[in-house]
Design a protein around this ligand. Sequence first.
Ligand code: UD1
Length: 325
Amino acid sequence: MTNLHGAGCVVTGVAGFVGSHLAERLVNIGCRVVGVDDFSSGREENIRSLKDSDRFALHNLSIRENGLIERLCDLHGNLQFCFHLAAIVSVPYSMSHPDETMDINFRATGALIRDAHRLGFKRFIFAGSAAEYGNDRRLPLREAYADGQTVHLSPYGRAKYLASTETAASPLGVALRFFNIYGPRQDPGSPYSGVISRFVDMALERKPLTIFGDGLQTRDFIYVSDVVEAYLAAAGLSMSNPIPPAGIYNVGTGQAVTIRQLADTIMNLAQYSEPVRFLPERPGDIRHSLADVHAFETAAGWRAQVPLSSGLRQTLLWAKKAEHE
Ligand code: UD1
């Protein structure tokens, strides 16, 4: 077991949807968190509760900053874990800005991991993505399916794949390939926002939910607190779990849900029953996505705990509260 007292953690992308939840949890278990964000998609309000903690420091910096890790070590001393979440998060943006996406989502990651290694970090955990599998139809998706032959559907998917591969090649590197994450703080703001944040927003505004295509496409939705626990397990910061070897691991529930089922569940929970609106299929959408979760279960003793209905209930509660703020 790792002695948690004062373990020093860097969290890049700390003001983002997932980064802010991770940082809160790390602070709560007694870690010191040095957060980095350039606020390109992160939001001040996500880290409001952290700002008062004497175990939290924030740097408004880009991950492309030269010598970033060294500078943070000089300022804060004894940092052992790097959770690297900062990235260009929009797939459509990556299509129109492929070079910038490669630079930030791939090359900058390589530089960070090399510096973390040189400076004696214990673990470097990278936020990978199911987009690394392209449109692979062999379900459930196993880690080895993404390889040199994979055709990626976007620079986002390609850069995440290259960065995961580079992470896993380092003795301290663990890349977690997240499937569809949802939960409080996910921004419903654009047509390409996660479907759950959009459906919750529409249900609360009493607008018809919009389904692209026939709604029989499926996804593997994972709640943000399960994702946070996966990060802790990957770092060896979970109390009773084994420390997983360096490598690449899927993080999902292993359960497929259709978009129609999802719409029905959200409308039920929100006590709203307007018929859904069917719109044309979204160009470039994949039909099905499902994680094989055995590798991380075996290596780290981690398994998703939050049933979809509970996660959706929490997300709705948060969204209702946020509406009134
Ligand atoms: C993910 C990305 C998306 C990218 C796509 C292709 C996220 C949140 N989305 O999409 O930006 O283009 O990979 O690589 O990371 N849907 C509806 N109604 C809505 C919104 C979505 O029916 O209002 C459907 C979509 O068409 C899709 C499913 O819900 O079939 C899930 O959508 P989404 O949450 O965007 O996730 P991905 O499709 O996995």
